[in-house]
Design a protein around this ligand. Structure first.
Ligand SMILES: [Mn+2]
Length: 421
């Protein structure tokens, strides 16, 4: 029985420059997560802690960070660490991070695998490593594992370690170290520990190839991350038992607010904030605002959001709000675009037919607007014409309410602004 933790893609030292003053706390969270994962490894009394590439963001990260990482390893001498250079931190020569004094003087239970090699871990277990030496390559790095495995006696437990994209048709770049989908069975490996993508994938090659994803989420749109793999290998040829252990410090939540339905947006955001309240101190929240708003409506919403977002560890507002057209601007737009004037007049007419009354989309012209009156539509819409137009969308004229027409005008004007700002 051989038990180990398989992790990858820590990208320690990631800049997070979009978060300004909070960036250092986001970087700090990743070290907290590494400490937690190493402590889990110790509790589980594993035989090894594998890092399948990209421990660091790049080869330029601060020496202080490198020292902090080595110290975490040093404090846990009972957790043997095997480190593989990935595409972010390739073993590219004298300037690579692995040549820094901190690594050259690292304790003996920390092994950096800068060359392709098969390590005898004792008890009939071999670790076969294929590190990366550059940032891009069209070559499958697992081919080296096949060569290494060929020289080992059969009947030994073989664990591969490399870094690259799974060569799934249409889902990888050709120069992103494409790893064949049968790389483990092709090389006769019992398990192939890889890293590179940030989401957990464990079904490839009959479960022999595992990509654990990043242990600490670093984006809003990544799923199945924040875990390391705890792997048990009972013996050669026996399927691996793989369990995902959650280790992440922070969660990332992306929410939105649409002025098109401001009330509904606000209540659904309030609901979401309440659901996150208990873990607000470890939550990175982003709210994207969109739609058309009056200056006052936008101000009020932003002020409310500022208070609502205050309890969160990090919050970000992306303001894609467009200012709603003022009455003179709308009149001017209709004046310059008779077709738009026609459509708005048809909407007004349809509202009258459906509800018996109507709001008028045209502002009063003349005084103050400085815009000449808009030409009247070619002909008012008749009841029969309105019904015929609605038949196409299987809509019953009598079912339409005033709010539907308000929304219809908003959608029309908002779409126009988005398509032709
Ligand atoms: Mn990578």
């Amino acid at each position: 029985m051989f038990r180990f933790i398989h992790s990858a893609d820590w990208q320690l030292g990631a800049r997070f420059s979009q978060f300004g003053a909070r960036a250092s706390q986001l970087r700090e969270a990743r070290l907290t997560t590494l400490r937690r994962a190493l402590d889990l490894a110790r509790q589980q009394a594993v035989d090894a802690f594998l890092i399948a590439g990209d421990l660091f963001e790049d080869n330029q990260v601060d020496n202080a960070l490198v020292t902090a990482v080595i110290d975490l390893f040093r404090e846990r001498p009972d957790v043997p660490v095997y480190l593989l250079p990935g595409n972010h931190d390739p073993a590219s020569g004298p300037d690579s991070i692995w040549e820094r004094p901190a690594f050259r003087n690292a304790p003996s239970h920390v092994r950096v695998l800068t060359t392709a090699q098969a390590l005898d871990l004792g008890g009939g277990v071999h670790l076969l490593a294929a590190p990366l030496h550059q940032k891009l390559s069209t070559l499958d790095p697992s081919l080296k594992l096949r060569d290494l495995a060929a020289s080992l006696p059969s009947g030994t437990l073989k664990i591969g370690l490399t870094h690259g994209a799974l060569a799934i048709e249409g889902k990888h770049q050709p120069n992103d170290f494409p790893i064949a989908l049968d790389a483990a069975s092709r090389a006769g490996l019992d398990y192939l520990a890889i890293g590179h993508w940030h989401s957990w994938i464990s079904e490839t090659d009959g479960g022999r190839i595992v990509m654990p994803g990043t242990p600490e989420p670093d984006r809003f749109d990544h799923e199945r991350c924040g875990q390391v793999a705890l792997v048990e290998l009972a013996g050669p040829g026996v399927p691996a038992k793989v369990v995902a252990l959650p280790v992440a410090t922070l969660t990332w939540e992306s929410l939105s607010f649409d002025f098109l339905s401001a009330d509904a947006s606000r209540s659904s955001l309030e609901h979401a904030f309440n659901a996150l309240r208990e873990r607000a101190a470890t939550c990175v929240v982003r709210v994207t605002l969109k739609g058309n708003a009056t200056p006052q409506g936008r101000r009020e919403t932003l002020a409310w959001l500022e208070g609502a977002l205050a309890p969160f560890f990090v919050s970000q507002r992306i303001d894609r709000t467009a200012l709603a057209l003022s009455a003179p601007e709308l009149a001017d737009l209709q004046h310059r675009h008779p077709l738009l004037a026609q459509v708005l007049n048809d909407i007004d007419r349809m509202e009258v037919l459906a509800t018996g009354s109507g709001s008028v989309s045209l502002p009063p012209l003349g005084e103050g607007t400085g815009v000449a009156a808009v030409a009247p539509p070619t002909a008012p819409l008749s009841l029969a014409e309105a019904q015929r137009l609605l038949d196409h969308s299987r809509t019953d004229l009598a079912s339409l309410k005033t709010e539907d027409f308000v929304l219809l005008r908003q959608v029309l004007l908002q779409t126009l602004q988005e398509v032709a700002p």
